[in-house]
Design a protein around this ligand. Structure first.
Ligand SMILES: [Zn+2]
Length: 456
């Protein structure tokens, strides 16, 4: 009798926890659909609409929150679950999305509809889907009413897609109390994917640092029929040519070495050896060019790069202009200061007389993997997906994590959602969508990871 009652109790508890898990996932799916329908396309952003969306949910849950607009319509919202003395954990998301062209989509980009097993819409992955996973985690912690070993802070910001000056960057400057006492942060940037027959979870620990440069040349203007030996245009062309013909020497930073070595374990083609020994591979003659053709994204993790993206000169074919300009989207590895790199470029083109102006440059920073959050990610993903492994990864692009890494907060780009091989994502492109089942599973896993970290 006793045993039987015990068994029934266990079954009851299992059922209850199953029902609970189902319910927050169901809620998360509906929240995501609704959140996609909130138009926060940036430009112009209108992220205060996202603030209203989250505020309504917090009101219903009885969670207090604060909001601030960095400019009219550019809203930010944050809320805190109080806990013990461990350094706080921040769940960081941006609420803006990039534009979408209806003409190239097979549905309204802001529909949030469910069709063919996917939730469709701009932001389904970048990053309203991840944002809702964070929300579901935060809400379920609040509902459970457990004692937390640290504060858990929910932060949803504006403007990441345009650089974050009206969002995370603004909050760091104007609401520093949000970040005070925080030691860990989870943001967009890494996820699970199937490589070979294994699931690999990438945890983004650092990213290439943007250094955006504006180049200007000035020289004597004149008539196109009577060229002088130099002009503003020839100077710019010469400077660009020097940069094009002198690619920055490759160098392997430790996070990239670890990332590539991890990737090599799931590779079975002729590239596996090179990935396993990338530091020596880059010294082989001809390797860097072949590598760039093989994977432009991975190649970019092995050196500083400058991409020529904009230029301008005369507005008339027969007029030699007094000034010509070009812009370079440079991305540097995060192991040295941007100033040092800018000095290198300046020296390379000094003979051309071209002046360099810095449009934007961030401070490089790398988050270590010896944190409690990383441990929870490793432990829980192994439990949930026994065949998986976790890999620190490096991103060629940038996210708001550079703001918080600057503050000394260990910041990871991570969402445990798993993307199957060949599954389209549409991030920043057409038909952005996320499989309903993968999204639900991601919510469950995210909750488990954070709970492992914050509940002793
Ligand atoms: Zn994003």
């Amino acid at each position: 009798m006793k045993t039987r009652r015990g068994l029934l109790l266990i079954i009851g508890l299992l059922l209850a926890s199953h029902v609970n898990a189902q319910s927050i996932e169901d809620e998360a799916v509906v929240w995501l659909q609704e959140f996609i329908q909130v138009d926060t396309v940036n430009p112009p952003g209108n992220e205060s609409r996202a603030v209203d969306f989250y505020a309504a949910i917090f009101d219903a849950e009885g969670i207090s929150y604060e909001t601030a607009e960095s400019a009219p319509g550019r809203g930010n919202i944050w809320a805190r679950l109080p806990g013990g003395n461990e350094p706080a954990l921040i769940l960081l998301q941006h609420t803006d999305v990039v534009p979408a062209d209806r003409e190239y989509w097979s549905t309204d980009p802001l529909s949030g509809e469910i069709r063919d097993g996917y939730i469709w819409g701009r932001g389904a992955r970048d990053m309203k889907g991840t944002g809702i996973s964070q929300l579901a985690t935060f809400i379920s912690l609040h509902r459970a009413g457990l004692e937390l070993n640290r504060d858990v802070v929910f932060v949803a910001t504006a403007d990441e897609e345009a650089g974050g000056a009206y969002g995370a960057g603004w909050l760091v400057e104007n609401r520093p109390e949000i970040f005070a006492g925080a030691g860990l942060l989870i943001n967009e940037g890494g996820a699970g994917s199937r490589l070979g027959d294994q699931v690999v979870f990438g945890v983004e620990v650092t990213q290439k640092v943007p250094v955006w440069l504006h180049l200007t040349a000035v020289d004597t203007p004149g008539h196109g029929s009577s060229p002088r030996t130099t002009s503003a245009v020839t100077r710019i062309v010469e400077a660009l040519n020097i940069i094009r013909e002198n690619p920055f020497p490759p160098r392997i930073i430790p996070p990239v070495e670890a990332y590539f070595a991890g990737l090599s374990l799931s590779m079975d083609d002729e590239w596996a050896d090179a990935y396993a020994n990338i530091a020596s591979a880059i010294r082989e003659p001809g390797f860097m060019q072949e590598f760039q053709e093989y994977s432009a994204g991975h190649h970019a993790l092995t050196r500083d790069t400058c991409t020529m993206t904009r230029m301008g000169a005369s507005n008339k074919i027969n007029v030699i202009p007094p000034e010509a300009w070009a812009e370079l989207d440079c991305r540097i590895l995060p192991d040295r200061p941007a100033e040092e790199f800018i000095e290198t470029v300046r020296n390379m083109i000094v003979a051309t007389g071209v002046e360099i102006e810095v449009i934007m440059a961030f401070t490089p920073a790398i988050s270590a993997t010896d944190s409690a959050l990383y441990q929870s990610i490793v432990k829980v993903t192994r439990e949930m997906h026994p065949d998986s492994r976790v890999l620190p990864s490096v991103s060629t692009g940038f996210t708001d994590s550079h703001f918080t890494r600057d503050l000394g907060i260990v910041s990871y780009g991570f969402n445990p959602i798993i993307t199957e091989r060949g599954d389209p994502s549409g991030v920043h492109g057409n038909d952005e969508r996320v499989p309903v089942e993968a999204f639900r599973r991601g919510v469950t896993d995210m909750r488990a990871i954070i709970r492992d970290l914050v509940v002793d």
